[in-house]
Design a protein around this ligand. Structure first.
Ligand SMILES: *Cc1c(COP(=O)(O)O)cnc(C)c1O
Length: 430
């Protein structure tokens, strides 16, 4: 109840998941395990030669859509001056600079469009898994795909990911945008032939409109961010990639080397999928915390109340409005809530002014440009600070409880912290 009161009062809170369970890597949990992640990874690999050809920006990674894991020592020092007391190493997972979408949505969104492209290709007897997928980049395939429509509701970035990929393949693409969506995101999509429909209401309304419009057309596919498994497991593949990146950096993640992740959360698909992937790869050694704006903490609210997607932030008097447009979501994904019950470590909220400050600091200190949504995770490093615990009561104590109950106190010097920088790569200079 304490957490609920604090959410209502727009205080920054830290909530620990009481349902967290210990699990070994590759465990099957409630029917879901490693298999769908591997299937998503395999699908992405089937497409790499097509991607390398269709999106020249992916050439230097040979068509693999991946971002760098960047150590950010200046940001670490600044956070420590603010009271963070980070002892281990601090990294940014730079998904803002994932090709094609400029955000974490390149993982889930592009994977789901690939799945639709394969489905249609097989239905029309033109594309089979053993084929050379470069043939997709042809007038024949574009003509075939132009008879089908892909639709999505979005606060912006999912629209960019789905819209760009779908349009490049030749599909008719329609993106239903909420009022939070930034103008430059709409302009970018329109310039590439994507149909953008705008709504006065919030994200849920845009999704509902898209779902309705798609249902009335049997040649239309709807990417359902509130329930999609294809998005979720597309996001989950990130863990396989990061595992390889950590190995290359000779960084261990095990019982004596905890791995902390701080994941900006909107509807919960991206942080949920990433968490699922990390628990599949690292078991109990990955500690995954979600970050949400104080005005739009839909996932924390759904999990802490036990109501999942049956409750929205307006139900407790919040507006859902935030400068972090990528996180401006009032109701959580039911699929992700269900998957996270035993997997996520916890969630915290962060004020808009802090996101703006972190955005400025990472630009000034590390020369990395992120959008406000992408900076929510930095607050995670301050959860432990004395300063915070004096200022607003309990957050520092809650953090301490997590560290102690997981036996992590002796290993904090050897910890690795990863802040997920979820978007901003396509953001215009102004
Ligand atoms: C979409 C998005 C998120 C969160 O992803 P969800 O699946 O909505 O939880 C975080 N940051 C940015 C920049 C995003 O675009």
């Amino acid at each position: 109840m304490d957490v609920m009161k604090r959410l209502e009062n727009r205080q920054e809170v830290l909530w620990l998941n009481p349902g967290w369970e210990s699990m070994k890597p590759r465990s099957v949990v409630d029917g879901y395990g490693f298999v769908p992640i591997k299937a998503a990874q395999n699908r992405m690999m089937r497409f790499i030669r097509y991607i390398a050809r269709a999106f020249p920006e992916t050439e230097k990674r040979a068509g693999v859509i991946e971002s760098s894991l960047i150590e950010i020592p200046h940001m670490r020092q600044w956070l420590n001056e603010c009271g963070a007391s980070i002892k281990g190493r601090l990294f940014l997972k730079d998904d803002a600079h994932l090709p094609i979408a400029g955000s974490v949505k390149a993982r889930g969104g592009i994977h789901e469009v690939m799945k639709i492209a394969e489905y249609v290709g097989q239905k029309e007897d033109k594309l089979w898994p053993a084929d050379d997928y470069t043939k997709i980049d042809s007038d024949e395939f574009r003509q075939m795909y132009s008879r089908y429509t892909i639709q999505v509701g979005s606060t912006g970035n999912l629209g960019i990911s789905i819209g760009r990929m779908a349009a490049r393949l030749g599909f008719r693409a329609i993106v239903h945008m909420s009022s939070d969506a930034k103008q430059w995101k709409k302009d970018l999509l329109r310039s590439e032939g994507v149909i953008v429909k705008e709504y006065q209401g919030d994200y849920s309304e845009a999704v509902a409109a898209g779902r309705r419009e798609s249902a009335s057309d049997e040649r239309s596919f709807f990417v359902d961010d509130e329930n999609s498994e294809e998005l979720f497991f597309g996001y989950a593949t990130a863990a396989l990639r990061v595992k390889a990146q950590l190995r290359r950096l000779k960084i261990r993640a095990d019982g004596e080397h905890p791995l902390f992740l701080y994941l900006p959360c909107g509807v919960g698909g991206a942080p949920g999928g990433i968490t699922f992937g990390f628990r599949q790869m690292f078991g109990d050694h990955a500690h995954c915390f979600f970050a949400e704006p104080v005005e739009a903490p839909c996932f924390l609210l759904g999990m802490a109340s036990g109501k999942g997607s049956d409750i929205c932030v307006q139900d407790i008097g919040l507006t859902g409005k935030t400068m972090a447009d990528g996180l401006a979501v009032a109701r959580a994904s039911s699929f992700s809530c269900a998957r996270m019950k035993k997997m996520m470590s916890g969630a915290f909220t962060v004020a808009d002014e802090k996101m703006a400050l972190y955005q400025k600091k990472i630009r000034d200190l590390e020369k990395i440009r992120l959008e406000p949504s992408a900076c929510a995770g930095f607050e995670g490093l301050l959860l432990a600070s004395e300063y915070q615990s004096n200022e607003d009561g309990k957050r520092g104590d809650v953090w301490k409880e997590y560290i102690e109950s997981h036996g992590l106190t002796p290993f904090l010097d050897q910890a690795t912290h990863i802040v997920w920088g979820t978007g901003g790569g396509l953001m215009p200079e102004e």
